[in-house]
Structure formats: C-alpha cells, structure tokens
Design a protein around this ligand. Structure first.
Ligand SMILES: Nc1ncnc2c1ncn2[C@@H]1O[C@H](COP(=O)(O)OP(=O)(O)OP(=O)(O)O)[C@@H](O)[C@H]1O
Length: 271
C-alpha cells in the first residue's frame, strides 16, 4: 500500500513562489502524469516527493507519515538524461545503490551478499532487455538502452514510488514506444505508484491512470513570481476497468482534445 498526500503544499524560494496550495491525494498503485508549461514547477513537485526539497508550507504524507527529510530507497527516480554513471559498467551501475546502502563506508559488498545482489541485478537487466550488455559502459548503449538501464538502477531498490522526470524526452519515436510498453508492464508487475512528468499530452493520456495539469491560476504580469502554480485540472481515469473500455477511450480523447485546446497552457514558455 502506498498512498501519497500533498496537504496545502507551498514551495517558495525567497520572495518567489513556485508552488502554492497544492492539494493532491494519490491512491495506491496510481500512475499519475503531471503536465504543465515550461518552468511552472513540475520538477519541483517531483523533488519535493523525493525529499530533495522541503515544502516551505504544508506537508507531504507517504502512507500517512510525513516523508523523510532525506531521500530514501522507497522512492526511485529516472531523469531525462544523465542518471547513469558513465565510468561504471551496466551491471555495476545497477549494483551501485544497494552496495552503498549495504556498506556505507566502502560501497562494496563481498561473498554471498555480493553474489545475491549480482543475481538480482542480472535478473533485472534481463527484464529490461539488457542482460547481454551487462559488461558494456553506458556510452556504448543507445539512448533508449541507457533509459532502460536507469530504470533498472531505480528498480533494484524495489521503490514504492517511481518518479519519472521526462524519461522519454530524448528518445526517438520507436524507443519511446517500447519504453512505454516496458514502463506500463513494470508498473503492473511491481505494484508501484508512478509519478511522471512529461510535455507530451498524448503520452500522458496513453500511460497515466490520472493526469493533472499544473499552472498558475492567478497571474500578475507585473510580478510573475508573486503567485505560484497549483493543480489547474485533474483528469482521473477510474475505475480501472473503465480505463480499457471504449467509454474510457472516448473520454480520454475528449479530455486530451480539451487540454490541447488550452495549448497556450502547455506550450507557453517561461517569461
Ligand atoms: N533552487 C532553486 N532556487 C530558486 N529557484 C528555483 C530553484 N529550483 C527551481 N527554481 C525555479 O522554480 C521554477 C520551477 O522550476 P521547475 O524546474 O520545477 O519547472 P518545470 O515545470 O519542471 O520546468 P521544465 O518543464 O522547463 O523542466 C523555475 O522558475 C525555476 O527557476
């Protein structure tokens, strides 16, 4: 069970308000996609969930408890790029997190523990289609393969929540499609909650069980930092049985068209 709750969350940097009064409740095993214009605060929302940032007001609860002030293994993350270590082999990249967690002083495990971790990492690499590339280095992999590696790296800790920050943004359409399938399968198999940021509206509605748009509902052109962004619309595709029905498909297309009609909301660049 993993429930996430944002309660009147604000994030301010000095006098600049990035997020204001964000209220959001996520049920267990939700696949939430967050969309919104560039610079509005989507990554900030993810960083708050990761505990890389603290709310300046309000609180974030994970299963009823305020989230730890340090990032912990129950939340994995995949960024658009650069989330793998270039000087480590594919296999070593996947083993790295648990090695540091199991041996904080030297970052290495030995004997049976190391063998068990290696088996686990190889099984995961097999699952994401990289088993035969285990000895290669990230620079020898395609962009799509590097993102598969980043996924394996995040999943080795069995996170309750997987955070994806535009994970497919740099991929060609073919790699994107195969990553969509993989992420949906992993989400089903591992019963995780996923929170993903994307700029791609169709991707959002294709993958998510729920899509929220964040934007500034109040705006002061003279002082753009005076107001923060909050949840501007929330499309919930539930119950899940409806999700795959024609009725859902019609609703999904309608909602996507409505949001697309608000194109300025999604394409407006930061002033
Ligand atoms: N550490 C920080 N100090 C000050 N301002 C910050 C800090 N981190 C983020 N911001 C500001 O917060 C705002 C939101 O940034 P954020 O990266 O969350 O936007 P985003 O919606 O993810 O943008 P994009 O879609 O372009 O990636 C930006 O105006 C950014 O300059």
């Amino acid at each position: 069970m993993t429930e996430i709750r944002f309660e009147k969350v604000w994030k301010e940097y000095g006098s600049s308000i990035v997020l204001e009064n964000v209220d959001l409740a996520l049920a267990d095993h939700e696949f939430l996609v967050v969309i919104g214009p560039s610079g509005v605060g989507k990554t900030t929302l993810l960083r708050l969930l990761l505990a890389q940032e603290r709310p300046t007001r309000g609180r974030i609860l994970l299963d009823g408890r305020e989230i730890a002030s340090e990032p912990t293994a129950d939340r994995g993350v995949v960024f658009q790029r650069y989330s793998v270590f270039p000087h480590k082999s594919v296999l070593a990249n996947v083993m790295l997190g648990p090695q540091w967690a199991g041996s904080p002083l030297v970052g290495r495990l030995f004997g049976a523990r190391k063998r068990a971790l290696r088996d686990q990492a190889m099984a995961l690499l097999d699952r994401v289609g990289l088993a035969e590339h285990a000895r290669k280095y990230p620079a020898q992999l395609s962009g799509g393969m590097q993102q598969r590696l980043a996924l394996a790296q995040a999943l080795i800790n069995k996170p309750k929540v997987l955070l994806l920050d535009e994970p497919f943004g740099a991929l060609d359409p073919g790699s994107r499609r195969s990553m969509h399938v993989l992420v949906r399968e992993l989400w089903e198999e591992q019963s995780m909650t996923i929170v993903m940021v994307t700029h791609d509206l169709m991707e959002a509605f294709h993958l998510g069980t729920r899509v929220v748009a964040i934007d500034k509902v109040r705006n002061d052109p003279q002082a753009p930092e005076r107001y923060g962004a909050t949840i501007a619309s929330d499309f919930c595709a539930k119950p899940r049985i409806v999700r795959d029905s024609f009725r859902f498909e019609a609703a999904r297309l309608r909602a996507a068209a409505e949001l697309a009609a608000k194109t300025p909301l999604l394409t407006r660049e930061k002033d």
